[in-house]
Structures are given as structure tokens and as C-alpha cells.
Design a protein around this ligand. Structure first.
Ligand code: UD1
Length: 438
């Protein structure tokens, strides 16, 4: 049909409590750094607990484009052979625009070859997303950085360890400087480093390849350069944000779910806020049980902060919970400039939220009402799904490709705990369902 576009949407009938178990996949933000980090070793790495999400598929295709050989030897075990990677390949923008984490190719290629050329990365848009701290870190290690159009190039005859103070806490810059420094001569010290679990996971992976990285998880990371690295087998940590999303979903919808394959320590800031909201959280060695009577939660004050603070990537999901709280809640966003775009969608469902700069004031309503909404970005999309789960009536979520960038089998996982949710294929011009659930 002329002019028609086929898109996928999620259709949710709210009001079902969630009961059962959810298994958490490998961490997206760790996988997106660890897969390009394999470039450094000129050998074969076997990486376990790889999440089956579109961002990871994009990263694998970028690696293949530059000459790596990859294959899944099991559903979630990826083998990457980086021996034949070509030094002088520019990673094109139709690939890098799909995900922000493509900037890790700069650090990894620079570390291996002394040169790298990557089109500026894309990813979710929530305000200005500069990479000045990455660039400054590379320059301090001795690299020359040039930009031509959208392409950023880095080159260094010889990378030399240096002291790199981050002007602001940046996950990406911390990890990128680590990648460039592991094979540099001498000692690199990163101060004011990010402490996120995926920073530690990348350091552990690099050390498994023979690197000497110490202090990851604190704000001072010391990297003593080594001459060469070797292949290894490594298992990625569970996804903190995927786990947190299911925790909030269960807390908001009511019921009792056990979230398996998690590191409860990584979830503490989320657990604390759920407990404050009146939701029961029980921690075990590698699982968390959430019990909620589905009644309106208590109001809360939430401020997003770098780890170990409350993660910005859980902010939209938490806003949904608080949109039906008893009383008025406040959320301050201190990491990103513009992360309240989803509020407009929640308002369509009856939420009463005022945004003033980087603070949202949420007046808790008795309930939300299902409506057609869209995912503005990955986590905003997860928030729309939670909103649909608790709303009265039907919610249709558009732009679900954003959600699938970071949530493995979200539909299947939610159906398994009793949610009424399906993926449908829709013709956009007539907005009628053509293929039913897929
Ligand atoms: C990563 C995550 C993203 C998460 C964010 C913060 C990935 C692929 N994405 O993004 O989901 O929301 O961490 O936890 O891992 N900044 C600068 N200059 C820089 C770099 C960053 O000013 O060179 C600023 C940013 O504008 C932002 C803050 O630092 O205000 C944090 O950004 P950063 O931690 O770098 O986020 P990402 O690594 O891009």
C-alpha cells in the first residue's frame, strides 16, 4: 500500500498484579564497553551473559565491519576474534548513529593501533551529550584529535600514561580513557572517575585479558600499561537497570515477584526508594523479591546521582510509581539536562507533573488511565510500559524500537509474571492492526 509504514507497538491492558520470577539478562552498558574492548587483545575472547538486545547487535555489526570475526557459540555466549581488525577503517555514521556507546571504538582502536576514526555517536537524546572529557583524556595520553564533518579521529605515535582529572563524573569518559590507557607506557591515574558497576566490570574484563587496572569502583583508577593482552573467557554482570525496572513494575502494579540473577548491592539505591514508598524488598544472595499490595505508594523525594546514587536511568520509571503516590513527590535530575520529555506522555494518562528546569513535582493521582503514548527514548519507553501495567484500560506504546535497544524479551518476561501485554504490527497511515500479535 502506497505511503504505508509498518511499525510495532505494545498493547497493554492494565490492572493485573505481577506474580512469579523474572531472570535478568547481562548488563547492556557493560556489554557495550566490553565487546569493543576485545579489540585491544588481538586474540579470541569468549564473552558470556551477552544480552540479546538491538544495541548489542549494532555493536557486533560494527566490530564485524572493522574486521572482527564473531559468532554466538550459545544463545548468550559470544566469541570475538579480533586478530584481523583493520587499523585504518572509519566506523561510518549509519552504524555509530544508532548507539552512543560506539565512542568506545575510539579508545579501543587508539589503544591497539595508535589511531582511530569514528563518526560521532548517536543514542538516546536527553539534552547536550558532549564528549569533551573523552577527548581531553586522550589528549593527556598524547593523542592528537581532529574532527572532519561528523568523523572524529585520534592518533598518537606513542601513548604515554598521564594523570587525568575528570571535570565531571562521566561513565563513558572513564571507560574510554581506561581503554586507551591499558597499553600506554607507564601509569595513568583517572581521578573523579565514575564508579558505576559497568566501570568495574570493564576493569575486570581488561584484567582478565592481562591488563593492570586497579581501583575501579572508587573515584581513583590506576592503570599501569602492559605491552600485550591475551584472549579470555568472561561473564558480564547482570543489568542493574533492567532489574530496577522490574522492581518498580512489581512495586507499582502490586503482587510478588522474584528477580533472579542480580547483584543486590548494585540495586541498593533503588531498593531504598521502594522501601520508602512502602514496598517490601527482600534481598538474597543473587535475587530480590518485591512484594506490594498494589495500594498507592508513599510520596518520595528522589535525586538522581552518579553511582552509588539513584541512577538517572531509573528516573522515568520511578516517576510512574510516584504519579500514583499518596501526596506530592519531587524528582531532581542531576545528571542530564533534559530528561523529562516523557512527562508529556504520562500527562496523557492523567499524571499531574510539573517540570521546572531539572526538577519535577509529581502530585500523586488515584490512578492513571490508558492512552496512546510513545517511547521518547529507551528508559522513557520502559516507564510507559510500567504506566500501561498500572493504568485502567488500554495503553498503546509507540516507538518500541527504543525499548528493544535495552530490554531483552520484555514482552515474554512480563507475560510470564501475569502482565497483559502484546506486541502488535500496525500500518501507520490507517492505524489498523494488520498482523496481530507477533
Ligand atoms: C552512560 C549510559 C547512560 C547513562 C549515563 C549516566 C551507556 C552507553 N550509557 O552514558 O545510559 O544515563 O551513563 O549514568 O553506558 N559529560 C560531559 N562531557 C563528557 C561526557 C559526559 O560533560 O565528555 C556529561 C554529560 O553531559 C552528562 C554527564 O556528564 O551530563 C554524565 O554523562 P556520562 O556519564 O558520560 O554518560 P554516558 O557515558 O554517555
Amino acid at each position: 500500500m502506497k505511503g504505508c509504514r509498518i511499525v510495532e507497538k505494545f498493547v497493554i491492558h492494565g490492572g493485573k498484579q505481577l506474580h512469579g520470577e523474572v531472570n535478568i539478562s547481562g548488563a547492556k552498558n557493560a556489554a557495550l564497553a566490553i565487546i569493543p574492548a576485545a579489540v585491544l587483545c588481538e586474540d579470541t575472547c569468549r564473552i558470556e551473559n551477552i544480552p540479546n538486545i538491538s544495541d548489542v547487535k549494532t555493536m557486533i555489526s560494527i566490530l564485524e565491519y572493522i574486521g572482527a570475526r564473531t559468532r554466538f557459540i550459545k544463545r548468550d555466549v559470544l566469541e570475538i576474534d579480533t586478530k584481523n581488525i583493520k587499523a585504518m577503517v572509519t566506523v561510518p555514521d549509519d552504524m555509530t548513529q544508532k548507539l552512543r556507546a560506539s565512542y568506545y571504538l575510539l579508545g579501543a582502536m587508539l589503544g591497539r593501533f595508535g589511531c582511530a576514526s569514528v563518526a560521532m555517536p548517536g543514542g538516546c537524546f536527553f539534552g547536550v551529550r558532549p564528549i569533551d572529557q573523552h577527548v581531553r583524556g586522550f589528549e593527556l595520553l598524547g593523542a592528537d584529535i581532529t574532527t572532519k564533518g561528523a568523523v572524529i579521529s585520534a592518533s598518537a605515535a606513542h601513548l604515554i600514561g598521564a594523570s587525568v582529572y575528570m571535570d565531571n563524573v562521566s561513565v563513558g569518559a572513564t571507560m574510554n580513557v581506561m581503554l586507551a590507557a591499558v597499553k600506554a607506557s607507564g601509569l595513568t591515574v583517572i581521578e573523579n572517575a565514575a564508579k558505576e558497576p559497568h566501570v568495574v566490570d570493564l576493569a575486570n574484563f581488561l584484567n582478565s585479558m592481562g591488563a593492570d587496572v586497579r581501583g575501579a569502583g572508587t573515584d581513583v583508577i590506576k592503570i599501569r600499561g602492559v605491552r600485550s593482552l591475551h584472549g579470555c573467557t568472561y561473564s558480564i554482570i547482570p543489568d542493574q537497570i533492567e532489574a530496577g525496572t522490574y522492581m518498580v513494575a512489581a512495586g507499582a502494579a502490586g503482587g510478588s515477584i522474584t528477580i533472579k540473577n542480580v547483584i543486590p548491592k548494585h540495586l541498593e539505591s533503588i531498593s531504598v526508594k521502594l522501601i520508602e514508598s512502602g514496598i517490601e524488598v527482600m534481598e538474597y544472595d543473587d535475587s530480590i523479591t518485591i512484594i506490594s499490595d498494589g495500594k498507592r505508594p508513599n510520596k518520595c523525594i528522589v535525586k538522581t546521582m552518579p553511582h552509588p546514587g539513584f541512577p538517572t536511568d531509573m528516573q522515568p520509571q520511578m516517576a510512574v510509581l510516584l504519579s500514583v503516590a499518596n501526596g506530592t513527590s519531587y524528582i531532581s535530575e542531576s545528571v542530564w539536562d533534559n530528561r523529562f520529555m516523557y512527562v508529556e506522555q504520562l500527562r496523557r494518562m492523567g499524571a499531574k507533573i510539573q517540570v521546572d528546569g531539572k526538577t519535577a513535582t509529581i502530585e500523586g493521582m488515584e490512578y492513571l488511565v490508558g492512552a496512546p503514548v510513545k517511547a521518547d527514548d529507551l528508559r522513557a519507553g520502559a516507564a510507559m510500559v510500567i504506566a500501561g501495567l498500572i493504568a485502567k484500560g488500554e495503553t498503546v506504546v509507540d516507538n518500541v524500537h527504543y525499548i528493544e535497544r535495552g530490554y531483552e524479551n520484555i514482552i515474554e518476561k512480563l507475560i510470564a509474571v501475569g502482565a497483559d501485554i502484546e506486541r502488535v504490527t500496525v500500518l501507520t497511515d490507517e492505524d489498523r492492526i494488520v498482523a496481530g500479535a507477533v
